[in-house]
Design a protein. Structure first.
Length: 147
């Protein structure tokens, strides 16, 4: 009877481990898998333009929250959009169930609009460079975007 309990416990532990590993594996491993799965993106964005340009069919959603909900429900297998925004929403609502893969499909820069030859340009650049080097900046990124 004691041996039977050990065997049943081992069998249960093996099944549980296998299911957990299977759930943690993603359907899509990288950009090369996008043609094989249902992809979503956010309407009227550069992400939508990019997917059209590389001829990947996709479903459009009105907001990142809608796209992530569709991803969480299994309606799509990948969502293409700005990584920081996706990290924020995943960190707020989907920790452990969704993740942002470490691939950059297209580099996009953010900027601050100034008049040509503005005397503020150099001052802003210096302050920005100082701020992103501070530990507090890294802590804020971690707080809002996760690791």
């Amino acid at each position: 009877m004691f041996v039977a309990i050990i065997l049943i416990s081992s069998f249960t532990a093996t099944i549980t481990s296998t299911l957990t590993v299977t759930q943690l594996e993603t359907v899509i491993k990288g950009p090369e898998d996008m043609p094989k799965v249902t992809v979503g993106t956010i309407a009227n964005t550069t992400s939508k333009s990019y997917l059209k340009q590389i001829q990947i069919s996709f479903r459009s959603y009105g907001s990142p929250q809608e796209g992530l909900a569709a991803l969480g429900e299994g309606k799509i297998q990948a969502l293409v959009y700005d990584a920081p925004i996706l990290r924020y929403y995943i960190h707020q609502n989907y920790i452990g169930s969704l993740l942002v893969l470490p691939y950059r499909l297209q580099r996009q820069e953010y900027g601050i609009a100034l008049q040509p030859n503005s005397p503020l340009r150099e001052q802003i650049n210096v302050v920005l460079l100082q701020k992103i080097q501070e530990k507090a900046w890294q802590e804020k990124l971690s707080q809002y975007l996760g690791e």
